[in-house]
Design a binder for this molecule. Structure first.
Ligand SMILES: [Zn+2]
Length: 311
């Protein structure tokens, strides 16, 4: 069975490579407003899982022969006014969740290696668990560890909570949302438009930690824009792209992967183009896909933090 699936996927990859990529009309991006970031704002990537696949599986036009490393990370953000996780990564219950609920045909496609759940990494380092988790979106590989943080509120836009509660495998695993202790905190982007995004949510009121809507991959997909005191800026864009090549070329995901995971393929592609325009208009802005280990590796992993350079 597994061989059959792999053969089918490789055949489909071969066919897809004969097709043209969609037209890439990059909209002009706008400059991001200045932030008043506190000197102690910092973040760390907690690597909770990994996988290796072919580049052609993650980005249209990618090589059929070049392997690409996938990471499942939770991002710990520490601001003097509050701490939170952005995505939860693969949690302590991932093997049970995946084993019992994932569609059989999707298991080879989404196979993972567990590294270490975020809750255990934090405990090992003597770091308190945060009391808020924001999700880039509620797919299984981002929401797996919610049950490991029962004290935390789970912040997602209304649309994402509704989608999650009605979601089905392979994208959503219902057991991840079935706990009666899960503390949803749906939110609205009730802040002003920012650099072409129609609305925003400035978490601490200083422009250093801003959530922006990125609908497409899911209805409530959310990006996290972090600005450090030294001026460096990072945009965590969830699964809008899986690989930095998606922005560089720009290119959508491999068509079959996109059919499986993107709720709205056109909206996802428009979001990719908008991100490219934003990056072009903001030199130095680093766009961080949720699963691109080649990008994560450059930032390092918890217990190492990315901090503002001392002045
Ligand atoms: Zn994902």
């Amino acid at each position: 069975m597994r061989k059959m699936i792999v053969l089918l996927v490789v055949a489909a990859l071969g066919v897809w490579r004969l097709w043209p990529l969609p037209e890439a009309v990059i909209p002009p991006g706008q400059a991001l407003p200045a932030a008043q970031a506190p000197a102690t704002l910092r973040f760390a990537l907690l690597k909770t899982g990994a996988a290796t696949t072919l580049e052609a599986m993650v980005v249209a036009g990618g090589s059929l022969f070049r392997p690409t490393a996938i990471g499942h990370v939770a991002v710990l953000v520490e601001h003097p006014a509050g701490r939170f996780l952005f995505d939860s990564g693969l949690g302590t219950a991932i093997d049970t969740q995946f084993g019992t609920e994932m569609a059989f045909w999707a298991k080879p496609i989404f196979a993972y290696r567990q590294v270490r759940p975020a809750v255990q990494q934090l405990r090992d380092a003597g770091v308190d668990a945060p009391d808020r988790i924001f999700l880039s979106h509620a797919h299984w590989d981002h929401a797996s560890a919610l049950g490991d943080f029962p004290q935390a509120e789970v912040w997602v836009p209304d649309a994402e909570r509704d989608t999650a509660l009605h979601g089905r495998p392979p994208a959503f695993l219902p057991s991840q949302f079935s706990s009666p202790t899960l503390r949803w905190h749906p939110f609205r982007f009730d802040g002003p438009a920012v650099a072409g995004f129609p609305a925003s949510l400035d978490l601490f009121g200083d422009g250093s930690v801003v959530l922006l809507p990125l609908p497409g991959h899911t209805a409530g997909s959310t990006g996290l824009l972090l600005s450090l005191a030294d001026g460096r800026r990072y945009f965590f864009v969830g699964d809008t792209v899986w690989n930095h090549r998606g922005i560089d070329q720009p290119a959508p995901k491999f068509s079959i992967s996109s059919l499986i995971v993107d709720a709205d393929r056109d909206a996802t592609w428009q979001a990719v183009l908008a991100l490219r325009g934003l990056r072009d208009a903001n030199p130095g802005l680093q766009i961080i896909p949720a699963h691109d280990s080649s990008v994560h590796d450059t930032l390092g992993y918890f217990p190492e933090y990315v901090t503002a350079a001392a002045r």
